[in-house]
Design a protein around this ligand. Structure first.
Ligand code: SF4
Length: 374
């Protein structure tokens, strides 16, 4: 065994024993040399396998209300300061939302993520969301995750009563870095929403976006904040810098950096569901399957305002790497995942990213973030 192998395995053992990864070790993980990357992934996989076996959980996003947001989150194509060319529309009609839930069920997604843009839902929209959730729960074998922006305690309670299983609200970045990402609400506002959700007895889903100019310590501090909040599900997004947003020129990621971040999150959040979220195809590229060694869930289908890889490609990736899909009740699924899927699946393949000259990686032109918002 090489010294680095043994070092990473010690970190895995510590994580399995419940110890918090130290800041010094976190820095080592994020700066691990390329020739030690597979050993690092093997150690992270040891922790992942202990808690999640070889199963991969699938989530399906529905962007039920797009754009028109008064907030100024600098990464977001739907913000008040974005001039990105995206579809902007108010809350979809109930039948459209149910149609999307039907697609999610046909694709064997365990969770239907109902997302709306905006700072916080007004009463009219909130009531319609509650109605849609009740109907989805009655019609389909799907768990519902709602991502609705900032919520108060009463709203969280009403979501619980309607049958929402999980609420997503990302902390996004460290408390220290947050003011560089958004000026219209604070890290404390975001944390309070997660606390209201938890108090209502709903599962908490909260993660971040990597590649927004944060330091390695910010990445670690975000993970520690999520651990302190005891969130159950952690989407790790990789920024797609979108033309027309303040972060249009942030190009800081490469596939190996993304893998190191995922390993770090597995060590700090050993038993949590860790999801490779927005930016998976763009930033991990040919190394996407390796991301399944630290992470245990992905989005299937499209993101909020951009296409993802085809469902068929995702299923093939999971199967080829020796992983299995997870059913909504957590059991392995070994049937044909596309049986019963609508004829629109699979779609045309995702275009390859266009890498601007002189930067290590880059976005497809005009692509939107595809990250859970709010
Ligand atoms: S992330 Fe959410 S709150 Fe922020 S600008 Fe986008 S839609 Fe608005």
């Amino acid at each position: 065994m090489t010294p680095s192998q043994s070092r990473w395995l010690d970190l895995a053992d510590d994580a399995l024993g419940g110890a918090l990864l130290s800041r010094t070790d976190a820095r080592s993980v994020l700066t691990a040399p390329d020739d030690a990357l597979l050993e690092l992934l093997a150690a992270a996989y040891r922790v992942r396998r202990h808690h999640w076996g070889n199963r991969v959980r699938l989530h399906f996003l529905c962007n039920a209300q797009s754009g028109l947001c008064p907030e100024d989150c600098h990464y977001c194509s739907q913000s008040s300061v974005s001039t990105a060319e995206i579809d902007r529309y108010p809350l979809l009609a109930r039948e459209k939302i149910l149609e999307a839930a039907g697609r999610a069920a046909a694709l064997k997604a365990g969770t239907f993520c109902l997302v709306i843009s905006g700072r916080s839902p007004g009463e009219r929209v909130f009531g319609k969301v509650l109605d849609a959730v009740r109907e989805i729960r009655a019609r389909y074998d799907l768990k519902v995750c709602a991502c609705l922006g900032l919520l108060d305690a009463g709203q969280a309670q009403r979501l619980a009563e309607a049958g929402v299983e999980t609420v997503n609200h990302n902390l996004n970045t460290s408390e220290r870095h947050h003011a560089s990402v958004c000026s219209t609400h604070t890290f404390a506002d975001r944390r309070a929403t997660v606390e209201h959700v938890k108090a209502a007895g709903i599962k908490t889903c909260s993660g971040g976006i990597i590649g927004m100019g944060e330091s390695d310590d910010d990445i670690y501090d975000l993970a520690v904040s999520l651990r302190e909040l005891d969130v159950r599900s952690v989407p790790v997004n990789f920024l797609i810098p979108i033309a027309g947003t303040p972060f249009a020129n942030r190009h800081a990621l490469d596939p190996r950096r993304c893998l190191r971040v995922l390993c770090l999150y597995r060590f700090v959040l050993p038993s949590q569901e860790i999801r490779i979220a927005g930016g998976r195809e763009v930033h991990l590229r040919s190394l996407q399957p390796l991301g399944l060694y630290p992470a245990n869930s992905i989005f299937i289908g499209d993101y909020l305002t951009t296409q993802g890889q085809t469902a068929q490609a995702d299923y093939a990736m999971i199967r080829d790497a020796g992983f299995v899909l997870e059913t909504p009740d957590g059991a392995p699924f070994d049937g044909d995942p596309l049986a019963g899927a609508p004829p629109s699946y699979p779609r045309a393949p995702l275009p390859m990213p266009v890498v601007p000259p002189g930067v290590p990686s880059g976005p497809p032109s005009g692509i939107s973030p595809g990250v859970p918002v709010g």
